[in-house]
Write a new protein. Sequence first.
Length: 454
Amino acid sequence: MDSAGDRRGDLRIAAGGRIAESGPHLPARPGEEVVDASGLLVVPGGVDAHTHMQLPVGSVRSSDDFASGTAAAAVGGTTTVVDYVTAYRGQEPLAALATWQRWAEPAAVDVGLHMTLTEAVPEAVVAACVEKGVTSFKLYMAYPDALQVDDGVILQMMQATGRHGGLVTIHAENGSAIEVLRRQALAEGRTGVVEHSRTRPAVLEGEAVGRAGALAEVAGVAVYVVHVSSAPALAAVRLARARGVDMMAETCPQYLHLSVDSLAGADGADYVCTPPLRDAWHQEELWEGLARGTIHTVATDHCPFTTADRRAGTGGRAGGWSDFTEIPGGLPGVETRMALVWDGVRRGRISVADWVRLCSEAPARTFGLWPEKGSLAAGADADVVLWDPDACQRLDAAALHMRTDHSPYAGRALAGWPRLVLSRGRPVARDGAFVGEAGWGRYVARHPRPGARG
Ligand SMILES: [Zn+2]
């Protein structure tokens, strides 16, 4: 099925790894292998538009590389990831892109890349990125030390990317205000894990989303807000959309399933991510946002760490982290996304069609991967998932393939997991096991958005 609705039918895959045709009762031709999908849903492979494989974070690095992370993605039904390149201040974006492209060579499924800019760049650099298939540009409103840019840079880069068919994605938190709260916490001796969340209140996420909407309105461009985590942020998205701003919002499974209570436990450091986990009631609002279309996509912000690296912290200290600002932030998720969103289908919060749209079609369309990805139409890449709605999957780290020794969903089991996953026609996962190979994945040059100057 696709997001248009579900129907019975067959799919024919051509030797080149594309979908040849679909329809009811396609007759098998001599030499063709027939896969019986009765009782299963046949859906386009998942597109995870927000990952951080092998990302350096201070003295540690996210623990999945492109080979392990994309193998795990495949097992969970995701056949394309779009990872974030970072061009740090003073670094050439195209040089950073070349580094990430090299890192991505061992990927097991297809990979696209976004560009993170940490300062204004000449418009020719934007044009060169788009030329290389990097059509989205992330800007941070937080992390003044290394990543944050001011509103002027955001406006300028929105105008420049808009002229070249690019899309700005925004990390929306008021970084300058958060920095003050963090310094105050440390000065007052409040150094524990839970301060990570107390110093990043939801209202400062909402404020930043509102500001991003205003800047996009002035620039006359679309804008995409990554990892919306809270009701104030969602309200700001709604407000911007209501006055005609083309604002798209992404959320992540951790904000739909986990709450700030996890930070209070003995293993609280394992739940540090940014934006932080919120009070549980925000989850209801986010599910509502998914059902109503206020939230456009579900991605993961996949950025796992080993327990050892979490304890060590980003500061390179012998005794491990000394306060909450040194805990590496990010959660594993690339493997469990499809199932954690499917859980919303089982609980009646969203429809099956919503699930396909949120996890595959919308991210493919938004990020210039359509119609090759996120579609089962003739001509699309044969990235196909045979989804068993009743297959039971445990979410403990040992039952999963992401390269980390802890799971934020440990002890939980979900119904719904892929039976078979194809990447361009080739099986890459079967019954919860990875059957693909490192290096099968290709770098995907993404299309510019329509209306670009060219
Ligand atoms: Zn991220």
